[in-house]
Design a protein around this ligand. Structure first.
Ligand code: ADE
Length: 256
C-alpha cells in the first residue's frame, strides 16, 4: 500500500527536514509514502505574486487570497479531483484523533491545504475543500505543522512502515488504553530495578502484567478513555479496575 500527499503551502521549506528523517524518510525510500509540496505562490498572478490581502470590512490582519489556492489545487489534482479528499488545516476543523487517522489511511491520495495569517478567503472552502481538520484546541501560526502531524500519524498506519513486528493496532489510543511503562537494559540503574515479572520469562504472567499496567495508567491519567474503550474488558480486567477504584478511595488498602 502507498499513500500520496499533495501539500499546498506558502512555506514549502518547513517540510524538508521533518519528512526526510527517520521513519517518514524510510517510508518514502521504500515506496510506502510520497509527498509533493506545492508552493501556492507559484499560482499567484501579477508581477508581485501577491498571496494575501487585507480583509474586506476591515478588522486587521491579512487573508489568503482565493485565486492562487483554488488554481493550485485544481491544476495539481486535475481529473483526480472528486476522488481525493481536500483537507484544510484550521483550528475550526473536526479535532484530529486516532480514529480520523485510521479513516484517512484508507485513501491512496490526500491533499492538504495549509492556512496562514488570520485566515483564508471563505470561497476556498466553497470551491475546493471537502474536509477541515484541527489538531487541537490551540492556535498555531499556520497549518504546516498540523499537516506534518497528520502525515506522521497516517503514514505509520500503512502496513509495513513500522516493520513486521510492530502492530499499530496495539498502540495507545488504538486500543483505547494507554500503554504501560517500558524497560530495557540494564536491569538496575541507580537503585531502580526493572519489575521482576518482566525478567521472569513467564509469558502469561508478563502479558497479564502489561495488561494491568495499561489499565492502571489509563485509570490514573485518562479515566475518560476507560469509559469508552474499544477493547473488550474481560471479567479479570473489571476486577482489576475495581481494585484500582478501591485503592483510589482508600490508599491504605493498596496491595503489594
Ligand atoms: N492552524 C492554526 N492552528 C491550527 C490547529 N490547531 N489545527 C490545525 N490547523 C491550524
Amino acid at each position: 500500500m502507498h499513500i500520496h500527499f499533495d501539500i499546498f503551502t506558502l512555506f514549502p521549506e518547513m517540510f524538508g527536514g521533518a519528512l526526510d528523517a527517520s521513519i517518514l524518510g524510510r517510508a518514502q525510500e521504500l515506496g510506502y509514502l510520497s509527498v509533493a509540496c506545492h508552493n501556492i505562490r507559484d499560482w499567484a498572478e501579477g508581477k508581485h505574486r501577491i498571496t494575501d490581502e487585507p480583509p474586506y470590512g476591515g478588522g486587521g490582519g491579512m487573508v489568503m487570497k482565493v485565486q492562487p489556492v483554488v488554481d493550485a489545487v485544481e491544476s495539481v489534482l486535475g481529473d483526480a479531483r472528486g476522488a481525493v479528499p481536500v483537507i484544510l488545516l484550521t483550528p475550526q476543523g473536526r479535532v484530529f484523533d486516532q480514529r480520523i487517522a485510521e479513516e484517512l489511511a484508507q485513501h491512496a491520495r490526500l491533499a492538504l491545504i495549509c492556512g496562514r495569517y488570520e485566515g483564508i478567503d471563505e470561497r476556498v472552502r466553497e470551491l475546493v475543500v471537502t474536509d477541515e481538520i484541527s489538531i487541537g484546541d490551540y492556535v498555531l501560526t499556520g497549518g504546516e505543522l498540523p499537516a506534518l502531524v497528520l502525515i506522521d500519524a497516517v503514514t505509520r498506519l500503512i502496513p509495513g512502515v513500522l516493520g513486521a513486528r510492530w502492530a499499530p493496532e496495539d498502540d495507545s489510543h488504538a486500543t483505547g488504553l494507554l500503554e504501560g511503562p517500558h524497560y530495557t537494559r540494564p536491569p538496575v540503574f541507580r537503585d531502580l530495578a526493572v519489575p521482576e515479572t518482566l525478567l521472569s520469562g513467564d509469558h502469561a504472567r508478563i502479558e497479564r502484567w502489561h495488561r494491568e499496567q495499561a489499565l492502571r495508567r489509563t485509570f490514573e491519567r485518562r479515566p475518560d478513555l476507560l469509559k469508552r474503550t474499544k477493547t473488550n474488558l474481560t471479567e479479570q480486567d473489571r476486577q482489576f479496575i475495581e481494585r484500582l477504584r478501591a485503592e483510589a478511595t482508600d490508599p491504605g488498602r493498596e496491595e503489594p
